[in-house]
Design a protein around this ligand. Structure first.
Ligand code: LLP
Length: 414
């Protein structure tokens, strides 16, 4: 975490103290480091040096325009799952020609928007989607570039909510059906077969399941070649995990090594869709202790961030490290770190040993991925401000929402 350092006891993001960010912009605030984003992207890209490869950042992990723009400038492509994400990529200066469109339920409108923009590829997840895409493309007089997303039935050994490559999941085309569906795709007049895609899950700490899926994908690509279907790219999805606590996390080079070995000498371009690993540890959620409520069973520290700001602990029981912004020389107590939302599931951290007082700033770490993008306005709480730090400069990349904006689209009855 070299982009987040403690200097004279005070936590900094790059060269800016978080105390200054809190004083200028208030809390809760998502704070990102441009250098950390850049380093994470370059590590992934560098692991692919010498290969014909494209890193398509999974927009869902963090879709702020400034962050998309940082990646676009570094040459990234993008993995999108909605027309909304496509519009964001375009608004952020991303190239539609480097966009892959994943997702199990693309609407006809979304297909039209993506065809009109000229995306690189649709990752098609069902026979019905293939037919609809063929129809929509025909209406526009275009050919839709496709991969089938296959479900290799590999257990990624991660949280069940973020496992996607097992037969029991809703994602992808069953592996045993893929070959015949490709043959059918080849007969459709408005479909052009470009690739083959798989994504088995998220927060993978062991590269082995991803390699196992890749092996299956390569076998299938060879069977397709025997059918006369020649692919121009292979998309291995995202999923590389990050360190939240003390997990051993492979580097991008280690994570990709097996896939690169398996694909050595092949002609297809390699695509990847990393999300979390490019942004997760490049951001934190800055928050303030509002109320301390010591009790006989538990001590509660109520902070000004809540499950609506960072849903991962409530939804997945996910662990995020929580550290004081300024260390104080006081007694350490064990705290339940909770938000003000009216739900018992509104916690950010259980049993954290901290020396804190009312008004102290805390940093909830590793919050750059699936933090802001999964936030909500529950309890009519405005979403946090987002700040991107670049050296000693703080850029507001999303203003804090105003309360009036939260109900601006609503009306009372006439
Ligand atoms: N490609 C596809 C088709 C995906 O569904 C996903 C993530 C990715 C790429 C990016 O995966 P990553 O590199 O970020 O692991 N909200 C959950 C994570 C959900 C992941 C959904 N799909 C969380 O907070 O842990």
């Amino acid at each position: 975490m070299t982009f987040f350092t403690r200097r004279d006891g005070a936590l900094h993001v790059e060269d800016l103290p978080l105390t200054e960010i809190a004083a200028r912009f208030g809390t809760p605030a998502y704070v990102y480091s441009r250098a950390a984003l850049t380093a994470a992207f370059n590590a992934y890209k560098d692991a692919l040096t010498g290969r014909d490869a494209l890193v398509c950042y999974a927009v869902k992990a963090n879709s702020n325009l400034a962050i998309l723009n940082v990646f676009a400038r570094l040459g990234a492509g993008f993995d999108i799952v909605s027309g909304g994400e496509l519009a964001r990529v375009i608004a952020a200066g991303g190239a539609p020609a480097k966009v892959v469109f994943s997702g199990v339920g693309k609407s006809a409108d979304e297909m039209r928007a993506a065809l009109t923009a000229g995306i690189l590829c649709f990752n098609v997840e069902s026979a019905a989607e293939l037919d609809q895409l063929n129809t929509v493309a025909g209406e526009l007089g275009k050919k839709a570039p496709i991969s089938l997303r296959v479900n290799p039935n590999v257990d990624p050994k991660t949280h069940p909510y973020i496992s996607t490559g097992l037969k029991s999941n809703k994602f992808g085309v069953a592996f045993e059906d893929a070959r015949s569906l490709y043959r059918r795709a080849a007969t459709l007049p408005n479909i052009e077969i470009h690739g083959l895609d798989c994504h088995i899950g998220s927060q993978l700490l062991d590269p082995a399941p991803a390699a196992e899926a890749a092996e299956k994908v390569l076998g299938l690509a060879d069977e397709l070649a025997a059918d006369g279907i020649i692919l121009s790219h292979l998309d291995f999805g995202g999923g590389m995990g990050i360190r939240y606590s003390d997990e051993h996390v492979p580097s991008a080079t280690e994570y990709l090594a097996a896939i690169l070995k398996l694909t050595a000498g092949r002609k297809e371009k390699l695509l990847f869709e990393p999300g979390r690993s490019l942004v997760g540890n490049a951001g934190l959620l800055l928050t303030k202790v509002e109320v301390l409520k010591p009790g006989s069973e538990k001590n509660f520290a109520i902070i000004d961030a809540a499950m609506n700001d960072l849903m991962r602990p409530a939804l997945y029981d996910a662990f995020h490290d929580i550290v004081p912004v300024t260390e104080r020389d006081a007694t350490v107590h064990c705290w339940e770190i909770v938000g003000p939302v009216c739900e018992s599931g509104d916690f950010l951290g259980h049993a954290r040993n901290l020396a804190i007082d009312t008004g102290d700033l805390l940093a909830i770490l590793s919050a750059g991925a699936y933090g802001m993008t999964m936030s909500s306005n529950y309890n009519t709480r405005p979403r946090a401000v987002e700040i991107l730090v670049d050296g000693d400069t703080a850029h507001v990349i999303r203003q804090r929402e105003s309360i009036s904006a939260l109900f601006a689209l609503e009306s009372t009855l006439p």
